[in-house]
Design a binder for this molecule. Structure first.
Ligand code: BGC
Length: 361
C-alpha cells in the first residue's frame, strides 16, 4: 500500500444535474456492445448491517430495473476470498466489476487484473488508493465526519457539558473512508480541543470496523479515563452500539452522547431510546443507482461525465459523491419515509413508546 505518499482530496470541479454521456472516447473499444453483466463484491456483513440489508437490496433493485445480469457476492472480511471471487467473476464473463475493497493493496490487485482482462471497474463506496478504477461512487465522506462532529457538539451543549472529555472510536485504518470521516470530525472538534473548550480523551482505530472488538476497546478507554468520558465520536452505528453496550454496563447510557453513521435499525432504535445522539443517513438507493448506471454505460463502451473528480495521488478519478444527512430523534421518521428501513423494523414492542414520542405513526 502506498499510504502516506498519497493525499486524497475530494475536489468538486463542476456541479452538473446528473450524469451525462459523452460518447466513447475511452479507447476501451473492447467493452463496446457487450451485454452488460455486473459483478459486485461486498466487504463483509458484520462491520455494518448496510452491506446486506441496504446495498445488496438496492443494487439488485437497480440491476433488475435496468434488466441487466448481475452477480453480487460478499467476501466476509476475507482478503483471499475477495480475490478468489474476483477471479471467478472475471472468468465468468462480467463486463464490469464493482468492489468495496477490504484494503487498498488487495483492492488494487483485483482492479488491475480486471483492467488487464478488459473488464470495466468501479470503486463502490470506498476509494482504492493507488488503484485503477474507472469511476468512484460514494458519498461526500468528509462531510459525513463533519456532521458527526457537529452532531456530537450539539448534544454536548444540550447536556450542558462543561469541558467535556471526548473519546474517539475511529473506523478501520485500512479504509480510506475512515480517514475522510476523521478529517471531517477533526475539523469540527480539534479547534475546540485547541481552545480548551473540550478535552481530547482516548482515541483508537477499530481494526476492520470489528464491532465486538470495539466494545473491548471502549471498555479500556473508559478505564483509562477513570470513567470520565463525556462524549463518544463513534465512526458508525456498529461502533456506537458497542460503546453504548459498555455505557449501559456502567449506567452511563443516555448521559454520554454517542455518534454513529448508516441509519441502521439498531442505530435508529438507540437514538429513539435516547442512548445515541445522532446518526448519518446515506441514501444507498441513490448510490446503488449511480453505480449501476455507470457500470451499464461502461459495458456499452460509453464514457459518462460525472462532472466531479477525486484526487488519488496524481490521478483524478471521475467520481459521483452524494450528500449525506444528519439524523436525530426528530428526523428518524425521514429515514423511514425514504424507504430505507421500515416502521415495523424500527418500532418493535420495546421501541413502540419511543416511536410514538418521535411522531412515527
Ligand atoms: C462505509 C460505512 C460503513 C463502514 C463499515 C465504510 O467504508 O462508508 O458506511 O459503516 O465502511 O462497513
Amino acid at each position: 500500500m502506498r499510504k502516506g505518499i498519497l493525499t486524497i482530496a475530494a475536489v468538486g470541479l463542476l456541479t452538473t444535474g446528473g450524469l451525462t454521456a459523452c460518447g466513447d472516447d475511452s479507447g476501451d473499444k473492447a467493452a463496446s456492445a457487450k451485454t452488460p453483466k455486473i459483478g459486485v463484491i461486498l466487504p463483509d456483513s458484520k462491520s455494518s448491517a448496510r452491506w446486506e440489508t441496504a446495498d445488496r437490496r438496492f443494487l439488485e433493485e437497480a440491476f433488475k430495473a435496468a434488466g441487466v445480469q448481475y452477480d453480487i457476492q460478499n467476501a466476509q472480511n476475507d482478503k483471499t476470498a475477495f480475490q478468489t471471487i474476483a477471479d471467478q467473476m472475471i472468468t465468468g464473463g462480467v463486463t464490469a466489476l464493482m468492489i468495496v475493497n477490504l484494503d487498498s493493496g488487495t483492492g488494487k490487485a483485483v482492479l488491475d487484473k480486471a483492467k488487464s482482462q478488459g473488464v470495466a471497474t468501479i470503486d463502490y463506496d470506498r476509494l482504492t488508493l493507488g488503484g485503477s478504477a474507472q469511476y468512484y461512487v460514494s458519498f461526500d465522506n468528509e462531510t459525513v465526519g463533519k456532521l458527526q462532529g457537529e452532531g456530537l457538539s450539539k448534544c454536548l451543549t444540550e447536556k450542558g457539558a462543561k469541558n467535556p472529555v471526548v473519546a474517539y472510536l475511529n473506523g478501520s485504518p485500512t479504509d480510506n473512508n475512515a480517514t475522510l470521516f476523521k478529517a471531517g470530525y477533526d475539523s469540527v472538534l480539534k479547534p475546540k480541543f485547541d481552545a480548551k473548550e473540550y478535552v481530547k480523551g482516548p482515541e483508537d482505530a477499530v481494526p476492520a470496523w470489528d464491532n465486538a472488538q470495539a466494545a473491548t476497546i471502549f471498555e479500556q478507554q473508559l478505564t483509562k479515563a477513570n470513567g470520565k468520558i463525556d462524549g463518544v465520536l463513534a465512526a458508525n452505528d456498529g461502533l456506537g452500539n458497542a460503546a453504548i453496550s459498555i455505557l449501559k454496563k456502567n449506567k452511563l447510557n443516555g448521559k454520554v452522547p454517542v455518534t454513529g453513521q448508516d441509519a441502521s435499525t439498531e442505530g435508529l432504535q438507540n437514538i429513539l431510546a435516547g442512548d445515541q445522539c445522532m446518526t448519518v443517513y446515506k441514501a444507498v438507493r441513490e448510490e446503488a443507482k449511480a453505480a449501476s448506471d455507470l457500470a451499464i454505460a461502461l459495458a456499452k463502451g460509453e464514457k459518462k461525465d460525472t462532472g466531479q473528480t477525486v484526487k488519488d495521488g496524481d490521478r483524478d478519478v471521475p467520481s459521483v459523491l452524494l450528500t449525506p444527512k444528519a439524523i436525530t430523534k426528530e428526523t428518524v421518521k425521514d429515514v423511514i419515509a425514504d424507504g430505507y428501513v421500515t416502521k415495523e423494523e424500527v418500532c418493535t414492542a420495546a421501541y413502540a413508546k419511543f416511536c410514538a414520542e418521535a411522531g412515527i405513526s
